[in-house]
Design a protein around this ligand. Structure first.
Ligand code: F3S
Length: 281
């Protein structure tokens, strides 16, 4: 029978698991009066599980009807929290501590007179939250965007937690040639790159790879591509029912990994289903 191994770094990151735990706890304590500000996670199964527990999604703070409002792991601008308090809501702040750190450092740089540059995607919740904390921040997504920015003498840089190291480095290299004083905070969170790295290593020692996550999830598709490079017998699934026994017939070692929007319990469900299939072979 094949052995089965789950990637050590797989599925929802620390910040998202933490937010899920906080919401589940709140749902139990304040049944029927909890809403998340936007979907907590891009995973339809999780969203409907939460709905069953009476937690639904409000698109906007002004559209909330519940007493308890949950802020997602990507964080929000301080105005949103202020508005929630004005509306007499109880705010459950599930902002990831790493995202909080980005906000804090942006404020610190601003207070210390630096021109704040953030490498990130305009419109992303984390970037919007940072702009709310340090309104003078200029957002650039890539090195070319620096062309249009008039740089001051003192420049401070922060980076969106999910940016690639490569993109960040190229911006920093360019800034080194253009600034007199440069202060850099590397606020990249390694969750994504670690997942890709452990996926590649696991695929090398597996003859079947199962990648769990939304079919429309970009990071899950990327994991599938990475796994396929060294394990052609790689399958991207959303739910255990999609598993086919024929995939495991010749297998000696089965690897499992999952995209960023897959919580641990969904990975466990797939693991158990694979165990059952392998026992029956
Ligand atoms: Fe996740 Fe927090 Fe990193 S939400 S991707 S652990 S910054």
């Amino acid at each position: 029978k094949p052995t089965i191994e789950i990637a050590t770094e797989a599925g929802a990151c620390f910040g998202v698991e933490r937010a899920l735990k906080m919401v589940n706890k709140a749902a139990a304590q304040h049944a029927g009066s909890v809403q998340t500000l936007g979907p907590l996670i891009h995973n339809p199964q999780v969203v409907s599980q939460l709905a069953e527990k009476g937690v639904d999604v409000a698109e906007d703070i002004n559209k909330t009807t519940a007493d308890v409002v949950v802020i997602r792991s990507h964080g929000v601008a301080p105005e949103v929290v202020r508005r929630a308090k004005e509306l007499s809501k109880t705010v459950l702040d599930a902002t990831c501590p790493y995202v909080k750190k980005v906000h804090r450092l942006a404020r610190l740089l601003e207070e210390q007179g630096y021109q704040v540059l953030m490498v990130g995607e305009l419109g992303h919740a984390e970037v919007e939250g940072t702009l709310g904390n340090a309104p003078s921040t200029t957002v650039i997504s890539k090195v070319e965007d620096l062309e249009g920015v008039k740089l001051k003498r003192k420049v401070g840089v922060i980076v969106q937690t999910t940016q690639s190291r490569q993109n960040f480095q190229s911006v920093i290299l360019k800034l080194l040639t253009k600034t007199e004083e440069l202060r850099i905070f590397n606020t990249i969170c390694d969750a994504t790159t670690q997942r890709q790295h452990t996926c590649a290593l696991l695929a090398q020692r597996s003859d079947v790879m199962i990648v769990i996550g939304g079919k429309n999830s970009a990071n899950t598709t990327r994991l599938t591509e990475i796994a396929t490079q060294s394990c052609p017998n790689t399958h991207h699934i959303e739910i255990p029912q999609e598993l086919q026994p024929v995939w495991f017939e010749q297998a000696e070692h089965v690897g499992i990994t999952a995209g960023a929007s897959t919580p641990a319990d969904q990975i466990m469900a797939v693991h158990q289903a694979i165990e059952k299939i392998c026992e029956a072979l």
